[in-house]
Design a protein around this ligand. Structure first.
Ligand SMILES: [Zn+2]
Length: 466
């Protein structure tokens, strides 16, 4: 019988990897990096539970690093097959994977210099050269048409509304002439958000793997634009600046979209906005170019006269080099700095926080999911100081959570998506959530739909068959 093994995103939100086996063939769905605590990150270094050279194909739901960041490592360890992804996802990965490698190289160098490594000597998980070699194994699949991988596996991707190119997958497994349909949710996005289309509803699933990132939480009510306008106005009034830890892809474009709208409506002053990321411009360009992902509202704004590019604020500064990035430290007038990483686990946002956190006039906006063990989570939970580059930095700045900007469906949005299924799956596995979130969604599914649902356990193998 066909089977699935949870190689990641089981009991945690990162490291998405599901191994599907049928008739002796092996398909890996997603190839994500573990992020967060040292214990989780150690898994990226461990010998994988399955020999990568024995995997036949890899297919990706979307470009986020927790779904793709293990790709260069998989290739390094012997995987020679294709990475199937749609055009937008492949193009995003061509930016993201070398960037992920670059950040790891920088961190390893920095740790070596400071001498506080737990590994001796500190090494990057993979190099930029390895990541560039790995993206050569990408193979493009259609955005929304069925695609046959092999006699055992065929897939139909659907819009997930999470980031550009994001899909949930309908995987048909054929074994001994029998067909089984497994739905992989990938990451489900939000309804009625700017730029991207809403998540497409599922119509059938024999088995379902559903993410549960926000399985125990609702996003706060309230108009995102209104809240952002309020924060910007009060910070500017007290002469402060705003730091937004955000990944260059996805939330950066959402913030730019709202800031541009608020400027045009004169609800906020025109401020210099520094997007401190070498790849943000390329990512924004991809957002503009991949029109197949745009919702109607966005398409209208793009087309309307005089508005121009809806993803560009009036006083936009893009910084590429480290020197340009450091020069932002000299900006003493109110400004907005958008910089990675979104969970403050690394990247250039660290030095902006060293600079801006100790000043009570400033604000930090946390918009995305903050995983356990990350500095972002510590800030969210009211830490009085933050360890940055080995030093304790006092937190005096205002910390604002704007869940309205999340790219993930909240609990009721996940249930709304699931409710579209006309008949219950034989079994539902909850993945991509911390234990409390996965359990809460499991309880909600049992109560609302009376479906059989289980929380996926790391390295468990489960049968999927008729
Ligand atoms: Zn994601």
């Amino acid at each position: 019988m066909a089977k699935i093994t949870f190689l990641g995103a089981a009991g945690t939100v990162t490291g998405s990897k599901y191994l599907v086996e049928a008739e002796g063939k092996r398909l890996l769905v997603d190839c994500g990096l573990f992020q967060g605590s040292n214990e989780l990150e150690q898994r990226n270094w461990n010998k994988p539970p399955v020999d990568p050279s024995a995997i036949d194909w890899v297919i990706l739901t979307h470009a986020h690093i927790d779904h793709t960041g293990y790709i260069p490592r998989l290739v390094h360890l012997g995987y020679r097959g294709p990475f199937y992804a749609n055009a937008a996802t492949s193009e995003l990965c061509q930016l993201l994977l070398p960037d992920s490698a670059h950040l790891q190289e920088e961190d390893a160098q920095f740790i070596a210099k400071k001498g506080y490594s737990t590994h001796q000597p500190p090494l990057p998980l993979y190099t930029v050269a390895e990541s560039q070699a790995a993206v050569k194994q990408f193979s493009e699949i259609p955005r929304a048409q069925p695609f046959t991988i092999s006699p055992q596996f065929s897939v139909r991707p659907h819009d997930a509304g999470h980031i550009l190119g994001s899909s949930w997958l309908e995987l048909t497994i054929t074994e001994n002439g029998k067909q089984i349909l497994v739905v992989f949710s990938g990451d489900i996005g939000r309804y009625n958000q700017p730029i991207l289309k809403d998540p497409e509803p599922p119509s059938r699933a024999d088995y379902l793997l559903c993410e549960s990132t926000y399985g125990d939480r609702e996003h706060p009510e309230g108009d995102a634009a209104e809240l952002l306008a309020g924060i910007v106005s009060r910070v500017v009034k007290r002469g402060g600046s705003i730091v937004i830890p955000a990944f260059a892809i996805g939330r950066t474009q959402t913030f730019m979209y709202y800031l541009r709208q608020l400027e045009d409506q004169q609800r906020i002053p025109r401020l210099p906005v520094y997007v401190d990321s070498p790849m943000a411009l390329s990512a924004t360009d991809l957002y503009l170019r991949h029109k197949e992902d745009h919702d109607l509202e966005y398409a209208r704004e793009e087309g309307s006269d005089g508005k121009g590019d809806p993803l560009s604020v009036h006083e936009f500064h893009l910084t590429r080099s480290v020197e340009e990035s450091k020069a932002i430290n000299n900006v003493k007038t109110p400004c907005i700095i958008i910089s990675a990483s979104g969970m403050v686990s690394g990247g250039r946002v660290l030095h902006h926080l060293v600079q801006r956190l100790p000043d009570a006039r400033n604000a930090v906006i946390l918009a995305g999911f903050q995983a356990e063990g990350t500095r972002g989570r510590a800030l969210q939970e009211g830490a009085k100081s933050l360890k940055l580059y080995g030093q304790d930095v006092p937190v005096a700045a205002e910390i604002v959570e704007l869940g309205q900007f999340s790219a993930h469906a909240g609990k009721s949005e996940l249930l709304r998506w699931l409710a579209a299924l006309p008949s219950p799956p034989k079994q539902t596995y909850l993945t991509h959530g911390e234990p409390a979130a996965a359990q809460a969604l499991q309880a909600a599914i049992s109560e609302k739909f009376q479906w059989k649902a289980a929380v996926a356990r790391y390295l468990d193998t489960v049968p999927v068959g008729g």
